[in-house]
Ligand binder design. Structure first.
Ligand SMILES: [Fe+2]
Ligand SMILES: [Fe+2]
Length: 276
């Protein structure tokens, strides 16, 4: 599996991130503490890192300049910045320098892993078309599965049971993929998701309106993005020829949904339910 560079001046955090990624199937992770190292440009375009992680919190270095250097010398490898500061101007500059994703400290292992999978897989789609990214490699190590826990319950029976359903579908796909298959399940899964983005999202939106949820509009925009993405996936698969990459792509999409939408956004409803 691909190469990941971590620019982290703090050993503790650097080794922690390296370990997390290795435990999740990334076997080629290099930690770089010397930011002035100049041999990044020795790679050929085909050998560029698949992802570069940069810790922005280093006052001794111009980190924006470092991101520019990395982008230039790694043939535009995707960069993920991590930061403990919510300093918007720095984050904007990092985006301007070419940073693709952010992880805010303190972060959970799953947040880091899902961001790396996301940029890694997006890169594979662009450069490899489909052949070199195999499920066996994807699941080497301990790629994370996500089990439902009552901690995820919001307290609205219908919505909780619908959330459980998507966890179940994800885990079913995950266990099939671990065994090297799941292609035969793809269409059924897409059918479920297409239905889910209508019924489940509608249930949530109706509830939010009924309690005048302040973030309704923002939440609905997230839902609309999922609806749009599912529509795109449906439209791009009229045939039965399901590749490993299709399975990996849909599994990453659902995992991102579970982690970032259900566990972060939908959980905001839990606070409201307590007072209704
Ligand atoms: Fe939801
Ligand atoms: Fe939602």
């Amino acid at each position: 599996m691909g190469k990941i560079l971590i620019f982290e001046h703090t050993s503790v955090l650097g080794y922690k991130m390296k370990r997390i990624l290795e435990q999740n199937g990334f076997q080629n992770v290099e930690l770089i503490k010397d930011y002035n190292r100049t041999n990044l440009n020795q790679s050929q375009p085909g050998q560029r890192p698949d992802c570069v992680i940069v810790d922005l919190d280093n006052r001794k270095q111009d980190m924006i300049q470092l991101i520019r250097k990395i982008k230039k010398e790694t043939y535009d490898a995707p960069v993920i910045s991590i930061s403990g500061a919510s300093d918007l101007s720095t984050l904007k500059k990092a985006i301007g320098a070419g940073c693709r994703e952010f992880v805010l400290k303190p972060f959970e292992s799953e947040t880091l892993v899902s961001k790396v999978y996301k940029v890694y897989y997006e890169g594979q789609r662009v450069t490899d078309n489909n052949e070199s990214f195999k499920m066996g490699e994807f699941f080497k190590g301990n790629a994370i599965s996500l089990k439902w826990s009552d901690d995820f319950a919001i307290g609205i029976e219908q919505i909780d049971s619908e959330h459980k359903q998507i966890f179940e579908h994800f885990n079913r796909l995950y266990s099939m993929m671990r065994e090297g298959h799941g292609h035969e399940y793809y269409q059924e899964l897409l059918g479920f998701l297409a239905d889910y983005v209508n019924t489940h999202f509608e249930h949530e939106e109706e509830y939010q309106l009924s309690v005048s949820f302040q973030e309704y509009q923002k939440h609905k925009e997230h839902h609309d993005k999922f609806r749009e993405r599912i529509k795109e996936i449906m439209e791009s698969h009229t045939d039965q020829d399901i590749s490993d990459n299709d399975l990996i792509s849909i599994s990453l999409f659902i995992k991102d949904w579970l982690i970032h939408h259900i566990l972060l956004e939908d959980m905001k409803l839990k606070e409201i339910v307590k007072f209704v």
